[in-house]
Write a protein that binds this ligand. Structure first.
Ligand code: SMN
Ligand code: MG
Length: 335
């Protein structure tokens, strides 16, 4: 994954407030289609009152026969996040305050890719120098021996008290996942993320049952119902909704309520700007994933101080564009 294809949303209100958000489309292949879909879906909202929950519900009703899982859910979430930003700006409040909370200093983890042992060690050292107390690396190398070697090399490069999470990104069969994750049980990992296919909840439940290390899941759960199903099937010990896939601010609040009711620790996936506001509201907040997927086009990227992140204190969610960068990165043919 060498690029971060993003669709940017600007929702202008009649009072002059502009709500902003972005969605990550994972692949440039769907970028223009997603941008065009966002324009077409948004066009029907002109003149409506700034009521994010009502608009989210109306859009879901509108597409009930088609179904929304996939690009439509992504676009609806983008609209929902932008409307949340606009609502907070219109009230002159940071989103967390608009929703009745107070900003918190959240523990963050520096999130890295699958870069081989040497790069993983360098990344870990850099994160430790920036006083992160937690980092995540991707594993799922061809052999378990390689997984273990990377984990131990990174662990050796980190202060003892630094938490280490690993992310298989759905790489293993259930049998192989049980074998590898069981062998990792004494490595002191904070969690093992998505060991098998994200839609194989029964498989995840078998892995979670077979090992001591907490299983982490959620970035690919669609809507609060996806988080509910994952927990109901005991597929995961923890939850990390993706603000876009879970349905924006509206969807996140539903998922966070489910996690709170079941006392499941909740972390985010991406969308750190808005997720910092929403995690500040949750009594079961766990970690903030520090991975600035949109930093290249943001005027004020989120800054981690001593491995902790606070939500922006400005009205809204803290998303304003670096217009020159947007110009530079504008995809040809984007709507
Ligand atoms: C992840 C997913 C998609 C792109 C980059 C990283 C990863 C995460 O699963 O947990 O951040
Ligand atoms: Mg992941």
């Amino acid at each position: 994954m060498s690029a971060a294809p993003l669709v940017l949303f600007d929702v202008e209100t009649s009072s002059g407030v502009v709500g902003r958000s972005y969605i990550f489309t994972y692949t440039p292949v769907v970028l223009v289609a997603a941008a065009r879909l966002a324009s077409d879906v948004s066009a029907a909202l002109a003149g409506k009152s700034l009521a994010p929950v009502a608009i989210n519900q109306a859009l879901r009703r509108q597409f009930v026969l088609l179904g929304t899982t996939g690009l439509l859910d992504m676009v609806i979430a983008g609209i929902d996040m932008a409307l949340g930003d606009a609502s907070a700006k219109a009230a002159g409040l940071p989103l967390v305050a608009l929703l009745g909370g107070e900003p918190r200093e959240l523990q963050a983890y520096a999130s890295f890719g699958m870069d081989g042992q040497d790069h993983a060690v360098l990344a870990a050292q850099g994160a430790a120098e920036r006083h992160f107390q937690a980092i995540k690396i991707k594993i799922g190398y061809p052999t378990f021996a390689e997984d273990l070697a990377v984990i131990r090399a990174v662990r050796a490069a980190l202060p003892t008290e630094c938490a280490l999470m690993v992310d298989y990104n759905q790489a293993l069969s259930v049998t192989e996942a049980i074998r590898r994750c069981h062998a990792l049980d004494d490595e002191g990992l904070a969690w093992i993320e998505e060991p098998v296919r994200c839609d194989d909840l029964a498989g995840h439940a078998r892995v979670a049952e077979a090992i001591k290390t907490p299983v982490q899941l959620g970035e690919n759960a669609w809507g609060p119902q996806g988080i509910q199903e994952m927990l109901q099937k005991r597929a995961s010990d923890l939850a990390m909704p993706d603000l876009m896939k879970v349905g924006g601010v509206t969807g996140w609040q539903g998922a966070a309520a489910i996690c709170e009711a079941q006392r499941v620790l909740i972390s985010n996936h991406f969308y750190q700007e808005t997720s910092a506001h929403l995690l500040s509201l949750s009594p079961v907040a766990h970690y903030l994933e520090y991975f600035g997927i949109a930093d290249a086009v943001l005027r004020d990227p989120v800054v981690a101080v001593n491995g902790r992140v606070k939500p922006s204190g400005a009205p809204g969610c803290g998303i304003e564009w670096n217009e020159a960068a947007v110009e530079r990165f504008q995809a040809s043919g984007a709507a």
